[in-house]
Design a protein around this ligand. Structure first.
Ligand SMILES: C[S@@+](CC[C@H](N)C(=O)[O-])C[C@H]1O[C@@H](n2cnc3c(N)ncnc32)[C@H](O)[C@@H]1O
Length: 243
């Protein structure tokens, strides 16, 4: 058993937090608070903050959305940036917190092998957000299968959409539900495009069906994650360049 798992299963929560406090002392907030509770690489975490900063500086309207929360690690980074936003952005979090669902035929063998794993925690997510002093009115946690919760979601504009639910069916549904609400110049992060066949297939299919291949540029962040910016009208681009 890894030392991390031994500590997590034996130490009471306050002691565990103190241990992590020392271990990650060198990291700035919000990374120090989220590092022990996320599956994302540091590069990917820093890049999420970078994209949140870009939409902030460019004044791209909309909230932040994350589908695939697990223990609230990447959610903490997004919530921290939503809290600091002068546009009063909110963060919407979607997860069943019940582990990975059944993989489909379009998912790979690895996906099938992790069905039921990565059981997240709404309580841990709330603890991270509390630790980062995120006001309650700046985030919403929508618990349940994405297939059930997304059809009922409110129709708010989105500046940054973080898709981290790995498998074909949920990724497809997230893109179909939320893509049209992402403001021009906003960002879509596909956390698993590089490592999960289902996520890649759902994304490629969506791009093809919507005829987006000439309008967007999929850019790699790390081994797992890719992102793209949603198309901006030519007139807006001319303004940006000072033409
Ligand atoms: C890789 S983890 C997310 C990692 C997280 N963003 C982090 O910072 O570590 C994937 C999450 O997606 C959730 N998930 C996958 N498919 C889902 C579905 N159909 N409905 C709801 N949640 C789902 C799982 O419960 C799991 O918590």
């Amino acid at each position: 058993m890894k030392i991390k798992n031994i500590l997590q299963s034996t130490l009471p929560q306050p002691l565990l937090e103190q241990f992590y406090e020392l271990k990650y002392l060198g990291l700035p907030m919000p990374f120090r608070a989220v590092r022990p509770h996320t599956m994302l690489s540091n590069v990917n975490l820093f890049f999420l903050q970078e994209l949140a900063t870009r939409v902030e500086n460019a004044g791209v309207p909309g909230d932040f959305v994350e589908c695939g929360v697990y223990r609230g690690g990447s959610a903490g980074v997004l919530a921290y940036e939503a809290m600091r936003s002068k546009w009063q952005r909110r963060l919407w979090l979607y997860d069943s917190f019940a582990g990975m669902p059944a993989a489909s035929d379009l998912d790979d063998a690895y996906s099938k092998s992790i069905e039921g794993q990565f059981v997240g925690s709404e309580a841990q997510t709330r603890r991270i957000l509390q630790r980062l002093k995120i006001p309650n009115d700046r985030f919403q946690i929508l618990v349940g299968l994405i297939e059930d919760t997304l059809p009922q979601s409110q129709k708010f504009p989105i500046a940054l959409l973080h898709i981290d639910c790995d498998f074909y069916n949920p990724v497809k549904m997230v893109l179909e539900t939320f893509y049209d609400r992402v403001s021009p110049g906003g960002y879509v992060v596909l956390n698993d495009y590089g490592s999960f066949q289902g996520c890649r297939a759902a994304t490629d299919e969506f791009i093809e069906v919507r005829g987006l291949d000439r309008q967007i540029n999929l850019i790699q962040i790390d081994r797992d994650a890719y992102f793209f910016q949603t198309p901006v009208a030519e007139t807006d681009r001319a303004g940006e360049n000072g033409n």
